[in-house]
Design a protein around this ligand. Structure first.
Ligand SMILES: NC(=O)c1ccc[n+]([C@@H]2O[C@H](COP(=O)([O-])OP(=O)(O)OC[C@H]3O[C@@H](n4cnc5c(N)ncnc54)[C@H](OP(=O)(O)O)[C@@H]3O)[C@@H](O)[C@H]2O)c1
Length: 251
């Protein structure tokens, strides 16, 4: 059932990617219907994620929001920041027994890693990390050289933000996710009366995307795979048509 609400998308079959971009453009016009029908190549439930250790690079708004979902669903979380584990003691205490803190290089040894630091910090942080061969890394960053209100978007030439991040993390299986939602749409229970919060994701490794989709659907999100870091990443990164677009999937 379509709804005439500017921020609501209806996820449904029937549109290919080209139509989908056109439909989003239509919905974003002031007189648009606000309803977008889009096809998800991953319509099936990706299944639930077994308990794992999740490392966060960054322990701010986004890392904490993801950590709280993870802990609620039985995962262990290792948080890290630039100021060291001692500075995270109050947060770890608040998160409970499944949370610990460690330096970034140790948090990066987890089964799955969440990258959630400011864009200017990414290269320096990446240079401190051990090899991440095969590790699934959720890239939640947005390529702001300086954040709003004086926003400046990084010029990466031909690369999408996550292609650039992947180039700094050789061997890692990077999945772009959680970057396109404002924190207030990530932190709460994503299951709303009108539907589940859509979580767009993109990546070049299908198994890694299945892992992230499984985790996201366990948290209550409706994951929607948009393809590669190049094609899908372009749609959800800063400046893309899905950046900051908050959608509910009507089940
Ligand atoms: N906030 C949102 O609504 C939102 C939504 C989607 C995506 N994002 C993106 O997600 C990323 C994080 O945003 P945020 O809002 O969570 O930022 P935040 O609250 O400012 O947190 C940033 C975190 O990164 C840590 N950090 C900085 N340099 C580090 C380093 N070298 N090694 C390890 N940790 C380091 C900081 O720790 P210290 O304080 O110790 O330096 C802090 O814990 C950004 O790229 C942002 O664009 C934000």
């Amino acid at each position: 059932m379509a709804r005439n609400t500017p921020d609501l998308l209806e996820v449904a079959a029937g549109y290919d990617l080209a139509d989908f971009e056109a439909a989003i453009e239509q919905a974003r016009r002031p007189a648009g219907t606000g309803t977008v029908l889009l096809t998800t190549p991953q319509a099936a439930d990706p299944g639930q994620a077994g308990p794992m250790k999740i490392g966060t690079l960054g322990a701010g708004t986004i890392a904490q929001a993801i950590a709280r979902h993870a802990i609620r669903h039985g995962h262990e979380v290792v948080l890290s920041n630039s100021r060291g584990p001692a500075s995270l003691a109050p947060l770890v205490q608040d998160l409970g027994a499944r949370a610990t803190a460690a330096p970034p290089a140790e948090a990066a040894l987890a089964d799955l890693v969440v990258l959630a630091v400011g864009w200017p910090q990414v290269p320096g942080l990446a240079a401190q990390l051990p090899p991440l061969d095969g590790t699934v890394v959720i890239d939640a960053t947005n390529q702001f050289d300086s954040p709003p209100p004086n926003a400046k978007i990084a010029d990466l030439g031909d690369l999408t933000g996550s292609e650039y991040v992947a180039s700094l993390l050789p061997g890692a299986r990077v999945v772009k996710a959680f970057n396109a939602l404002f924190a207030q749409f990530i932190a709460p229970d994503p299951r709303h009366e009108a539907g589940r919060q859509v979580l767009f994701l993109a990546g070049d490794d299908t198994d890694a995307k299945d892992t992230v989709s499984g985790l996201a659907s366990q948290f209550g999100f409706a994951p929607v795979d948009l393809g590669t870091l190049r094609e899908g990443g372009r749609l959800i990164q800063l400046g893309g048509p899905l950046s900051g677009l908050h959608a509910l999937q009507q089940d």
